[in-house]
Design a protein around this ligand. Structure first.
Ligand SMILES: *[C@@H]1O[C@H](CO)[C@@H](O)[C@H](O)[C@H]1NC(C)=O
Ligand SMILES: *[C@@H]1O[C@H](CO)[C@@H](O)[C@H](O)[C@H]1NC(C)=O
Ligand SMILES: *[C@@H]1O[C@H](CO)[C@@H](O)[C@H](O)[C@H]1NC(C)=O
Ligand SMILES: *[C@@H]1O[C@H](CO)[C@@H](O)[C@H](O)[C@H]1NC(C)=O
Length: 302
């Protein structure tokens, strides 16, 4: 029984020892990377008292960098499309390995980047972590709404154009009136402005452009009559999480007036307004008639 207890204790201690063997403590990478900029990959680890054998970096399971401090040649790089490590600005030690990648291209540089740390023989224990990185050029500017007037009368045409900033992938645009989505039947995609090529990074920067065209019907629940309405345009990159590629928005206000109601309102403000012009006109006629009558009187009396 006592022997069994000892055995159990040894097993437990061995287990405890296992748990503080090599592990990654902090790997950082950008979820979305603009290929025009350089990219930093950071991998920090805790050897748990063991010797470091190697830090290996992979992209999509292809090794592109190896650091082996006990070897004569400490750093080896392997050619992987879209991966160019600046060795002068990369630094590895017994506790971390930081890389600077340059000359990124889309989509070659996108992928799953793995940092893998291994201990010396005989254990060769491994610890690794993988981060997905997506190459994309997010628009830097908010979308722009053009052609919107301040005031529209009910029944008239409502038109506006929204244009996104430059992006690759091409941004997509959504329109809202008073926070309600505008139905696609009122939206026409326009061919964007000339595209901007960045051949070095294999980027094709484009703008999205949509035209909104509808008639301001009396019956729509989209807008409020005789008060302020909001037209919002939101640009986002489809396929990218909004947390890592936040949407950009712009809002402009406009008023829809009912012309019938406006005239009625004017009448209300000036109760006599309806008869007034008529009265003036009648008065004018009477005056003319009076002049004519006077003129008649004089010509006849002479
Ligand atoms: C992880 O490393 C990054 C980059 O060096 C640093 O900014 C961050 O504070 C670290 N996080 C932790 C939890 O140590
Ligand atoms: C990036 O490209 C420039 C220009 O072609 C070159 O001088 C530089 O060595 C490249 N950097 C890397 C890390 O490959
Ligand atoms: C990384 O991307 C792959 C393939 O698209 C996916 O299966 C995996 O779940 C992603 N991992 C993370 C951590 O997002
Ligand atoms: C619009 O952008 C602002 C920041 O400019 C943000 O605070 C707001 O939440 C965004 N609104 C929507 C509907 O996305």
């Amino acid at each position: 029984m006592k022997n069994h207890l000892h055995l159990l204790l040894i097993v437990l201690l061995a287990g405890a020892h296992e748990s503080d063997c090599v592990r990654l403590t902090n790997m950082t990478s950008p979820p979305v990377q603009d290929p025009r900029n350089e990219m930093r990959l950071h991998c920090r680890f805790d050897m748990g008292g063991e010797q470091l054998y190697a830090v290996k970096w992979y992209k999509d399971d292809h090794e592109f960098f190896r650091y082996t401090p006990t070897n004569k040649i400490k750093i080896i790089t392997y050619s992987v499309p879209g991966v160019n490590v600046n060795l002068l600005q990369s630094r590895c030690s017994s506790e971390s390995c930081d890389l600077l990648l340059q000359n990124l291209t889309k989509p070659e540089s996108s992928g799953a980047y793995r940092c893998e740390v291994s201990t010396e023989a005989p254990a060769f224990r491994l610890a690794s972590e993988t981060h997905n990185i997506t190459m994309a050029a997010l628009p830097k500017e908010k979308p722009v709404i053009e052609g919107l007037k301040h005031t529209y009368t009910l029944g008239s045409a409502f038109e506006a154009i929204c244009t996104s900033g430059l992006g690759d992938p091409k941004p997509s645009l959504k329109l809202y009136i008073n926070n309600q989505p505008v139905h696609s039947m009122y939206i026409t995609e326009k061919i964007g402005n000339p595209e901007k090529q960045q051949p070095f990074h294999k980027l094709n920067l484009r703008r999205a452009k949509v035209q909104l065209g509808m008639t301001l019907e009396r019956t729509s629940s989209l807008w409020n009559i005789n008060s302020q309405n909001r037209l919002t345009c939101i640009s986002s990159i489809e396929g990218l999480n909004l947390n890592i590629a936040p949407a950009l928005n712009v809002t402009r206000t406009f008023t829809v007036v009912d012309s019938n109601q406006v005239i009625k309102n004017q009448h209300l403000h000036w109760p006599n307004a309806g008869s007034r012009p008529q009265g003036c006109f009648q008065g004018l006629l009477l005056t003319i008639a009076g002049i004519l009558a006077t003129f008649n009187y004089y010509t006849h009396s002479q």
